[in-house]
Design a protein. Structure first.
Length: 155
């Protein structure tokens, strides 16, 4: 079954010229809903699928705040997670099921499958991320997964 991709376009402000960003009264820029959707796809393709910690700076603010169960997360936690997952998992696959995007928020739902390098055991989990963007980068995120894990754990 194909993945549902929904771009929410309600509540747009600014002109109708189709530009990439829109300014509000506070001078914060927002991506269009379509560009937010593209941002979400690039985030997965450029950061998470290859576990590329060097790409984090292009997508996340340095003062990003993250939330996973009782854990409060920051920029370095995202970087460390990517670095530790590089040696922890093999044959990783992100099967994206849904992306919902507005001007400054998006949600992504995917099934993650991989093989644990240490044991050879298969891993499968459904994951939901909710992101808030500010000035075209991630400023805050929330993670829900059906697999309990320590986001800050090191390999």
């Amino acid at each position: 079954m194909p993945a549902l991709i929904l771009t929410v376009v309600s509540g747009c402000s600014g002109d109708s010229s189709g530009g990439d960003t829109q300014a509000t009264d506070s001078e914060t820029t927002h991506l269009s809903p379509e560009n937010t959707h593209e941002f979400a796809e690039r985030l997965m393709r450029e950061v998470w699928e290859p576990f590329d910690a060097s790409a984090v700076e292009r997508f996340y603010h340095r003062d990003v705040r993250g939330h996973h169960r009782s854990q409060e997360l920051g920029y370095e936690d995202v970087v460390h997670r990517l670095r530790s997952d590089t040696g922890r998992y093999a044959n990783s696959l992100y099967d994206i099921k849904d992306i919902v995007a507005t001007e400054d928020k998006f949600a992504i739902r995917f099934i993650y499958t991989a093989t644990m390098v240490e044991t050879g055991d298969p891993v499968r989990t459904e994951v939901n991320y909710f992101y808030h963007l500010k000035d075209d980068k991630i400023s805050e995120f929330w993670l829900l997964s059906d697999m309990d894990f320590d986001y800050k754990a090191q390999a």
